[in-house]
Design a protein around this ligand. Structure first.
Ligand SMILES: Cc1ncc(C[n+]2csc(CCOP(=O)(O)OP(=O)(O)O)c2C)c(N)n1
Length: 321
């Protein structure tokens, strides 16, 4: 499918916003200004954006501990996210969730999830809601290669097939679950083939290539929207950083890290669209400047926001439906 100019710009804008967000969060964390624990998504941008560009606020996604990219790709406000990560008032979850629990229901973002394999069952629940109400929406689960091994994920895939739900399982295979390699931990040659074994169409795509992800996601999402049921996409991605900020990555070779940097999906996108004459470098430079400013403003807003007051301590602990 040939993408028009505004769509290409929007794809690049979301990927650039994720990268800038991550680079700045890393710098702030290293200066001790962010509480808690942070897992960076840099290098995997083409996955989140290639999928979420097809979604509206009425569609759902479920995310992982590495969730900033999914939130931004789904349209969450970066200032609200930054305040959340800084633990400040005005954060998307009033500063109480932090990096691993950002949710924004107005955007269909059901939540980052610190429990590996935690989101697929939630996403299947959202897909069941959509189907029961007869709505044309879909629910997408982003899960890692590690999360693909969880029993919760297996049950979710089975139920999605049995009930013919509009659910899409995106498996972001970045080669590792913490420091454990896929070849050790995943007892199948292919995560996509294993998902197909549950009875759904499944594809593997190169996550360095935005266009490959976009096309696979288009097919899967269209199928789900039109009653064709669930499907799976294995996206092979490159994690540019360690598992968490501060991970020494002793389990990765220098050559691998050099390859990861060389295969940067943003650079590859830029080269392709300018090489094919579809966008000009100044168009992309303008997006770079816009995103840099948005993130600088977000940090400033987060730094100057107050921490939640003490009387907020016990609110939001239980939710009444
Ligand atoms: C149920 C559960 N088991 C273990 C952990 C600890 N843990 C946090 S992240 C992680 C690795 C996840 O790997 P993967 O799903 O491949 O995602 P990635 O970090 O590569 O994005 C583990 C084991 C956890 N949070 N939840």
């Amino acid at each position: 499918m040939q993408l028009d100019r505004p769509t290409l710009i929007e794809a690049y804008r979301r990927m650039r916003l994720i990268r800038d967000f991550e680079d700045n969060v890393q710098a702030q964390f290293e200066q001790g200004r962010i509480p808690g624990f942070v897992h960076l998504y840099a290098g995997q941008e083409a996955s989140a954006v290639g999928v979420c560009l097809h979604l509206s606020d009425e569609d759902y996604i479920g995310s992982t501990h590495r969730g900033h990219g999914h939130c931004i790709a789904k349209g969450c406000d970066v200032t609200g996210m930054m305040k959340e990560i800084f633990g400040r008032e005005g954060g998307l979850c009033r500063g109480k969730g932090g990096s691993m629990h950002i949710a924004d229901l107005d955007k269909g973002m059901l939540g980052a999830n610190a429990i590996v394999g935690g989101n697929p069952p939630l996403v299947v629940g959202a897909a069941l809601t959509v189907k029961t109400k007869g709505l044309p929406h879909v629910a997408v689960s982003f899960t890692g290669d590690g999360g693909s091994n969880q029993g919760t994920t297996f049950e979710a895939m089975n139920l999605a097939v049995v009930l013919n739900l509009p659910a899409i399982f995106v498996f972001e295979n970045n080669g590792y679950g913490e420091g454990t390699g896929v070849s050790y931990a995943v007892g199948a040659d292919s995560i996509a083939d294993r998902a197909a074994g549950f009875g759904m169409p499944a594809k593997a795509v190169d996550g360095r290539d935005f266009f490959a992800v976009f096309e696979a996601a288009r097919e899967a999402i269209e199928r789900a929207r039109t009653g064709g049921g669930p499907s799976a996409i294995e996206v092979t991605c490159m994690r540019q950083h360690g598992h968490f900020i501060g991970d020494a990555q002793a389990y990765r070779s220098r050559e691998e890290l050099e390859r990861v940097r060389a295969d940067d999906p943003l650079r590859l996108f830029r080269e392709r669209v300018t090489g094919e004459g579809r966008l000009d470098a100044p168009d992309l430079d303008a997006v770079d400047a816009e995103c840099a400013k948005a993130i600088a403003d977000a940090i400033e807003a987060a730094e100057s926001a107050p921490v939640p007051s003490e009387d907020e301590l016990t609110t939001d602990v239980y939710v009444s439906y």
